[in-house]
Design a protein around this ligand. Sequence first.
Ligand SMILES: *[C@@H]1O[C@H](CO)[C@@H](O)[C@H](O)[C@H]1NC(C)=O
Ligand SMILES: *[C@@H]1O[C@H](CO)[C@@H](O)[C@H](O)[C@H]1NC(C)=O
Length: 364
Amino acid sequence: MMKNPRIYTIFLLILVLGDLSSNAEAKAFFVFGDSLVDNGNNNYLVTTARADAPPYGIDYPSHRPTGRFSNGLNIPDIISETNGWEPTLPYLSPELTGQKLLVGANFASAGVGVLNDTGIQFVNIIRIYQQLNLFKQYQQRLSEVIGREETDKVVKDSLVLITLGGNDFVNNYYLVPFSIRSQQYSLEDYVPFVISEYKKVLHRLYNLGARRVLVTGTGPLGCVPAELAQHSRNGECAAELMRAAALFNPQLVQMLDQLNRKFGANVFIAANTNQMHLDFISNPQQFGFVTSKIACCGQGPYNGVGLCTPLSNLCPNRDAYVFWDPFHPSERANRLIVQQILTGSNTYMHPMNLSTILAMDSRA
Ligand SMILES: *[C@@H]1O[C@H](CO)[C@@H](O)[C@H](O)[C@H]1NC(C)=O
Ligand SMILES: *[C@@H]1O[C@H](CO)[C@@H](O)[C@H](O)[C@H]1NC(C)=O
């Protein structure tokens, strides 16, 4: 059929190269952490930390609750969407079998923190070391489908997102006055303790094969509607939690730099979600929001008291709100955050943004 061998070779080359580039695009994606990134694992657990009732999911394609703490998509969903990847399934989903495993998996569980004692009030959640054990189990399951060598390559070439830390303050140190941790540590000593424990978690992730890990800091914890409702008279952010975020985030970046130096590569990439949120808070109108203080779904001052339930106040236009519920951003805020993760300057992404990394990796 093809008489000219030269043309045939070029034709083959195009086939092979085309195939390589599409392989590079279809990275596996793994997600670890708390409610900011959980996409439904807690639905399978006996816990009070869940988002399985309306109006959660009201703007999701199905318009039904999925377990995501959002009106629609959350940060990992949007990262998958913008890269043209299939969304990851929750690791506990029975649908996660066979070829679906190649997409990756989401191990996150609402309520967890860096520390094992964070979120104990939520009873049965997947604490971070258990998430890592499940990642190991996942690799075993994938290797039964595609073999050990291919599995190692899928993991090495994958993108990982981990979001932890907020609950170590909100649902541990500051959960109640005179909490055990606050009697044990001053805030100045607690933060380095959490960071040193986080370092062990990330080290373990590296040992499990992760080589590109996006690590988000905490938001400005004192500015969420739940904290405004408890502590704010005139809409000012709660000072103690602001102090916690201001100590935690720079120390996190330092720790990631240490790990990168140790491993001799930019394995860990810091996303300054604190600054991204502060931008929304300092000038919500600039981003098309009506308010950064009042939650769309909730009750009481700032709609920040209690949980978002079928009986709560519900705003008609979710896109006008930075916060969907008393703690979690709206889908639109999540979209702006992902945009910064992808293309942000060094103020937001350290040492570089995600689009730079993906471009580097697809050339490698
Ligand atoms: C947390 O639990 C893991 C495993 O269950 C353990 O290896 C680790 O040492 C614990 N961390 C602390 C600070 O106790
Ligand atoms: C992403 O990072 C690269 C490298 O730091 C930078 O050149 C580029 O401008 C960033 N993207 C945008 C849209 O700022």
